[in-house]
Write a protein that binds this ligand. Structure first.
Ligand code: FAD
Length: 411
């Protein structure tokens, strides 16, 4: 019996894995392709999980990246509900948790990450949830009907979006953040304070500088105990404190790792014939001044997928895409372009209280990122400024009556 083998084997059927298969066919790659993915679902969009899907506004079918028929029509085999547990780079083969060995010509590792868990006492109790997969959210939704008090641990985008969705159900939501403001790792203070005020105005209790000591309860969660002794009664707890990149099999195979698997500008790992893309790939990013980072965004998953696919078909170009991201909370549409980390100035354009404004971030005198809230014009015009590293003055940027492109034209 001949062992199963594909010309390109993609591990992970999320945004990056699906996009890589699609890009390969768009690049006229004629070889065999398969996706092996631990989740039992067809590839689907993850962002709505903490937004419209959690709020009951979008069915799962509307989350599918492509209809079921697409994959067969394009000759892309799907092995769903099957995880890769080992990689043999010399033999160019993987082993799955179903006990199968599958060979590859090229391997694309697109496994994303597992939600970071709390490690304190009680973290395993029933009623403690992550929001990463459809199954996570379905389990959460099952319990929400019976729940009134919800504690969200983590004031990043996922925690805030979940809090916004749950207020629509009339739940009493408390959000606990260890740092002194929400979104502290990804945005400047003006944006953090704006979102804190918006959530509070809708009844979300926000507790800053608050660390979780343990989750209390017998089999089921009863409350969240903070380090200062406060007990927050809870029927359900949602933990949104980041992810741990899923790279253990690659690491065991000898790939260079460090906050994800290391890749070069073509998304190649240190192992021959193995690319890595998406949330799990640590790469040197021009928009982070060349620092090695992981980006957790649909943009990065899609663009790295294209980079890897083109490299495989021999039309490679270095990854150089402008980072962008979005977040929807209530009727607020946040669009972000660039990376603000390490900024020296955060210039507010417009009046946050009017719920339409943007924050322009400068580093070394250059525009490095823009957060635009209900301000699509600034986002659209700001892309070119971020891409080109425009040098603009704080005073000029502060004048929100002038469009960004006009300010840029004057230099
Ligand atoms: P994933 O989409 O996580 O896919 C990885 C897949 O690989 C999973 O199906 C996993 O089960 C599978 N897998 C893991 N290990 C193995 C293995 N060993 N073998 C086989 N399969 C494996 N980004 C935005 O830009 N905007 C947003 O508004 C936004 N909102 C988000 C909201 C939520 C709730 C979440 C969770 C993420 C959000 N993101 C958002 C981030 C975005 O969804 C991710 O950046 C994107 O999904 C990354 O794609 P990926 O393919 O790298 O990983």
């Amino acid at each position: 019996m001949t062992a199963e083998r594909y010309d390109v084997l993609i591990v992970g059927g999320g945004h990056a894995g699906a996009a890589a298969a699609i890009a390969l066919r768009q690049e006229k790659f004629a070889g065999t392709i398969a996706i092996v993915s631990a989740e039992p679902e067809l590839p689907y969009e993850r962002p709505p999980l903490s937004k419209e899907y959690l709020a009951g506004e979008k069915s799962f079918e509307r989350l599918l990246i492509r209809p079921a028929s697409f994959w067969a029509e394009r000759g892309i085999d799907l092995h769903l509900g099957e995880g890769v547990v080992a990689v043999d780079a010399a033999a160019q083969a993987v082993r799955t948790d179903a006990g199968r060995t599958v060979g590859y010509g090229e391997l694309i590792w697109a496994t994303g990450g597992a939600p970071r868990r709390l490690t304190c006492d009680g973290h395993h109790l029933h009623g403690v949830h992550a929001v990463r997969t459809r199954a996570d959210v379905d389990r959460l939704l099952d319990e929400l009907a019976q729940a009134q008090r919800v504690v969200v641990v983590g004031g990043g985008y996922i925690g805030l979006e979940a809090a916004a969705a749950l207020t629509k159900f009339g739940k009493a939501v408390t959000l606990v953040e260890a740092l002194d403001r929400v979104l502290a790792r990804v945005a400047g203070e003006p944006l953090s304070r704006f979102y804190e005020a918006e959530h509070r105005a809708r009844g979300v209790r926000i507790m800053l500088g608050a660390t979780v000591a343990c989750i209390e309860g017998d089999e089921r969660v009863g409350g969240v105990r903070l380090a200062n002794g406060t007990l927050l009664p809870a029927d359900v707890v949602i933990v949104g404190i980041g992810i741990v990149p899923a790279v253990a099999p690659l690491e065991a195979a000898g790939a260079a790792v460090g906050n994800g698997v290391r890749v070069d500008a073509r998304c190649r790992t240190s192992l021959p014939h193995v690319h890595a893309i998406g949330d799990c790939a640590a790469h040197a990013n021009r928009y982070a001044d060349g620092a090695t980072i992981r980006l957790e965004s649909v943009q990065n998953a899609n663009d790295q997928a294209t980079t890897a696919a083109r490299d495989i078909v021999g039309r490679g170009a270095d990854y150089d895409a402008v980072p962008w991201f979005w977040s929807n909370q209530y009727d607020l549409k946040l669009q972000t372009v660039g990376l603000s980390a390490g900024f020296e100035h955060a210039v507010v354009r417009g009046i946050p209280a009017e719920r339409r404004f943007s924050v322009v971030y400068l580093r070394g005198g250059r525009v490095v990122a823009i957060d635009a809230v209900n301000a699509t014009k600034d986002y659209v015009q700001g892309r070119a400024l971020v891409a080109g590293g425009a040098r603009l003055s704080v005073a000029a940027l502060e004048d929100a009556s002038r469009p960004l492109k006009e300010i840029a034209a004057e230099g």
